[in-house]
Design a protein around this ligand. Structure first.
Ligand SMILES: Cc1cc2nc3c(=O)[nH]c(=O)nc-3n(C[C@H](O)[C@H](O)[C@H](O)COP(=O)(O)O)c2cc1C
Length: 113
């Protein structure tokens, strides 16, 4: 299982993670090109992605879609997302977001049992 903790930086992933993605997207190792298009080589893997944001943008934001697309490109289709948003709006918003994220994490834990 792959676990990623990703803050939103300027509407997308941090440049350090982007750089990491550049290093691990390798034709012949993590994906390959075929006559039918690219094929991910990381089979039978699951990912859980924790996304945190100062503001609120929703789970269908392009940042989430991009991470899903990248992992799918490598063959990782089984991906769960947990979003904690509005962390910088005020204390109430932050507390509610963290509580909601904890509930989602507990639910994922129960599914895994
Ligand atoms: C360089 C930088 C850029 C950021 N850009 C965004 C942004 O575009 N949208 C957003 O909602 N939050 C943004 N944030 C806030 C982070 O997402 C937030 O700090 C992070 O999710 C962790 O929350 P915490 O600081 O409360 O621990 C940015 C933070 C930094 C340091």
């Amino acid at each position: 299982m792959i676990v990623l903790g990703i803050p939103m930086y300027n509407f997308n992933i941090p440049s350090t993670l982007s750089s990491y993605f550049d290093h691990i997207a390798r034709a012949g190792i993590t994906f390959r090109y075929t006559a039918n298009g690219p094929e991910g080589l990381l089979q039978n893997k699951k990912a859980v992605v924790f996304i945190t944001r100062g503001g609120s943008y929703g789970s269908d934001h392009p940042q989430t879609a991009y991470v899903r697309q990248f992992l799918g490109f490598l063959g990782i289709e089984d991906v769960e997302f947990v979003h904690a948003e509005g962390l910088a709006i005020d204390e109430a918003s932050r507390a509610a977001a963290l509580e909601s994220a904890r509930e989602q994490i507990a639910r994922l834990g129960r599914q895994a049992d």
